[in-house]
Design a protein around this ligand. Sequence first.
Ligand SMILES: [Zn+2]
Ligand SMILES: [Zn+2]
Length: 338
Amino acid sequence: MLPPIEKFDSSIGVRIYRMPVLAFPTLLAYTYLLVGACTPTLVDCGSGYGDSNDHLIAALKAVQSDFGEKLELQDIQRIFITHGHIDHHGGLSFIRQKLHGAKVGIHPLDRRILVAYEERVVVSTKNLRVYLQRAGVSEKRVQDLLNMYGFAKRLITSEKVDFLLEEGTEIDGMTFIHAPGHCSGQVCIRIGDVLLTADHILSRITPHQAPESITHYTGLGHYLDSLEKVKRLDGVRLGLGGHEEPITDIYARIEGIKEDHHRKLERILDIIRGAENPVTISDVSKAMYSEVHGYQVLLALEEIGAHIEYLYEHGELAVCNLDEIEQSDNPVLLYRTS
Ligand SMILES: [Zn+2]
Ligand SMILES: [Zn+2]
């Protein structure tokens, strides 16, 4: 059962409808419809996988029938994509056809994910392979993880981008805050006193982080800076994320997420300090997340990698197998505290 569609009002007269879709069997995502004091706009469009497209169409129709919005599908002329993750843009080609060619906007740093999707998959898969090898993951496991990573990505094709959601852009009174970290081109959308936080800030889970060595402009350092940036926005009454429940105190939630990362950094340092020998990212990941399976293993390796890179960049860790690094093409990196 999907949660109900919910309506939120903003201080600038834009009405916000939160529309649930099941992006993947265990991942509920929220898309949004903006109407009222703006050109009707869809924010994100689900994964395109399974029932996601059907859920989106049903929700758009329900906004008309259940909430009395006088709006036909083809009145929606604009789509904002909050960031280049598949659960947010995978349904784009489907919905664009249904909306008769609505114009699509995304942040410049995620533009290539939409316009050159096939290139993106090849390049990011290669970067991920190198990362996993350097993280000390066995070759067999690397192959399994890459197969999982490629799943669902093959279903998507490239899409045209019509405009850019750059920092400082204003559209119908709405502004865009570039918040890199969880994704390079992550934007939050300010609609008066409401902030669509996408996956930058979620109400319950600390948003997933991946190492910058896989994708530039991600990484924990960028992410923490982006939290500070959102914290400096005055007068946000309500945060609405790409998943999970509304955030009634976004400033307190930011503090909670920061604390979670700092605890994780401390714990990783403790593990590395307490180890008899220098350790790999894979060793730390196993120590921290011993219970995970399947795709969760990949997420854990990325999350730990983002933290270890952060500690290394900040001088807390050293890489200690320099001879091996000098002599081999793609060596496993062994860390110790510095
Ligand atoms: Zn995301
Ligand atoms: Zn997401």
